[in-house]
Design a protein around this ligand. Structure first.
Ligand code: IMP
Ligand code: MG
Length: 181
């Protein structure tokens, strides 16, 4: 099945029901892992993770604090510049705290690797990553991602918070843009 977004044909890759089931499972695993935490700081990378993090935190059976960081690594195109800039920093000090970074997609790995380096300098008690999507065939740099929702092929995806040039974030499922490669 396909839908049209901004004149582009988008094929469904992961349905709403599949996403829900997987997010439930991830929340269960994360709740077990942090069962003894005082309070988990859940950090979403804006903007792509905003729907994922909101679904995920509602299912966590833990005391949580939520914060966001905005970094830039992509313009309005499908190629990475491999440069990360902090555009909006955290408001929360993370020193000596349990921190979970929530990301939409790990592609080359450069964004996350640089973000983790920055956050590590602030000396959290623990620092782990939960990513909804992973494109293993695109990896250029090794990043330790503890929880992944789905491994996907090398296609440009949108939906469930993820965009192409600011289109498609509001799709309830995840789809790939046909003939984008
Ligand atoms: P990386 O630095 O190459 O791992 O890039 C990761 C970032 O690129 C993700 O946070 C996304 O914002 C963006 N990105 C990578 N692949 C896609 C895609 O298929 N659709 C939309 N954004 C993507
Ligand atoms: Mg992103």
């Amino acid at each position: 099945m396909s839908v049209t977004v901004n004149g582009k044909q988008v094929e469904i890759l992961i349905s709403e029901a599949e996403i829900t089931a997987r997010v439930n499972k991830l929340a269960e695993l994360i709740s077990i892992e942090y069962k003894n935490t005082k309070q988990l700081v859940v950090i979403g990378l804006l903007r792509g993770s905003f729907i994922f993090i909101s679904d995920l935190v509602r299912r966590l059976n833990l005391p949580v604090e939520v914060d966001f960081i905005t970094v830039s690594s992509y313009g309005n195109n499908t190629e990475s510049t491999r440069q990360v800039r902090i555009i909006k920093d955290l408001q929360t000090p993370i020193n000596a705290r349990d921190v979970l970074v929530v990301e939409d997609i790990i592609d080359t790995g450069h964004t996350l690797s640089q973000v983790l380096k920055i956050l590590n300098t602030r000396q959290p008690q623990s620092l782990s990553v939960c990513a909804l999507l992973n494109k293993p065939s695109r990896r250029e740099i090794d990043v330790n991602v503890k929880w992944t929702g789905f491994d996907i092929p090398d296609e440009f995806v949108i939906g469930y918070g993820i965009d192409f040039a600011q289109h498609g974030r509001n799709l309830p499922h995840i789809g790939f843009i046909k003939n984008s490669k």
